[in-house]
Design a protein around this ligand. Structure first.
Ligand SMILES: Nc1nc2c(ncn2[C@@H]2O[C@H](COP(=O)(O)OP(=O)(O)O)[C@@H](O)[C@H]2O)c(=O)[nH]1
Ligand SMILES: [Mg+2]
Length: 306
């Protein structure tokens, strides 16, 4: 499953501008939901591709969803995302982006309260059948609703949240002030239309978008691994702690099913050696099994049979 991030913000904060900058595509227009893919920049990828003479380079991507406006119904469209990007207007003179971000977080909490209440109403009816699991969930939901109505958040609920809930406010949230004091999203959206070299000539430092993606990766505990083939050299993401078998499944379910061993080398060792053959001579390449924990920067060649 592709990782997914949702953009939230008050109207006019710059959500669609951020979407455009991240995905390098124009939004679908006012009042429409926008869905696109953002690439994760990684300087190791190009170097690995050059080393093997790859004909195709494929960066890792994250799915980005931009929902128009706020309110429980609209924000409900974000329940499946892995993280939330909150945008606040920092470009309008006299604005208060910090206050806007607080308003936004309150809206997310209100949407979650609404979500809990609706789940409670549903479970209340179903629990009449006497099902023990549902009666237990009803108890927890009742306590949770009281907890929220007393001015608390889902994060500080002392019990475990029912697995059926899909809250927004327990997801990692990254806030972005759009404007001179934070990230100038309008500029980033314009630069996203230019070739990479031209865009970086305009910037003083690294791309602000890369910074957003970096914060996102950190919040999600993402690591990157590579497959370095002549036909295609590609970057992939996993969560920290995931295994060689998870990596195989990310590439293709058949590769996971027929998994034998993963030839593994760090991108640094491979780039230093200059070729797979030289790396093999140096003994920096290892054979790992299914349970091997992938580390950021591993280059994998998975042996499998079908
Ligand atoms: N001056 C300035 N205008 C911006 C910036 N970001 C967005 N805008 C403008 O603000 C308006 C609303 O932006 P949009 O991304 O559509 O906001 P949304 O409602 O949150 O999706 C548009 O006219 C943008 O061109 C910025 O960084 N600086
Ligand atoms: Mg918009």
């Amino acid at each position: 499953m592709a990782l997914e991030v949702g953009i939230v913000g008050l109207p006019g904060a710059g959500k669609t501008t951020l979407f455009t900058a991240l995905t390098r595509t124009g939004g679908a227009g006012f009042g429409k939901e926008n869905v696109g893919m953002a690439t994760i920049a990684d300087e190791r990828l190009g170097k690995l591709a050059a080393l093997v003479g790859a004909r195709k380079i494929t960066p890792a991507t994250i799915r980005v969803v931009d929902v128009p406006g706020t309110g429980p119904a609209l924000l409900g469209g974000l329940r499946q995302v892995d993280a939330v990007l909150a945008v606040a207007d920092g470009f309008t003179p006299g604005g208060d982006p910090a206050a806007d971000l607080e308003t936004l977080e309150l809206e997310l909490l209100v949407a979650d309260r609404d979500h809990v209440e609706r789940r409670l109403e549903r479970v209340e009816k179903q629990a009449k059948s006497g099902d023990a699991a549902l009666r237990k969930e009803l108890e927890v939901l009742t306590a949770l609703l009281a907890h929220l109505d007393a001015g608390n958040t889902l994060r500080d609920f002392p019990g475990e949240l029912p697995g059926e809930l899909e809250p927004l406010t327990t997801k990692p949230l990254i806030s972005i002030v759009n404007g001179p004091s934070g990230i100038d999203l309008q500029l980033e959206a314009e630069l996203a239309e230019l070739p990479e070299e031209e865009a970086s000539a305009y910037r003083e430092g690294p791309s602000a978008l890369d910074e957003i993606v970096r914060r996102l990766s950190e919040a999600l505990g993402l690591i990157t691994f590579f497959t370095a083939g002549e036909k295609e050299t590609r970057a992939w993401t996993l969560r920290h702690g995931e295994s060689a078998l998870d990596a195989a499944a990310t590439i293709h379910s058949d590769i996971a099913r027929g998994f034998i061993r993963a030839e593994t080398i760090t991108a640094g060792d491979l780039l230093e050696a200059g070729s797979h053959a030289e790396a093999a001579r140096r003994g920096t390449q290892r054979l790992e099994g299914k349970t091997y924990e992938i580390r950021d920067g591993d280059v994998l060649n998975i042996r499998f049979n079908v």
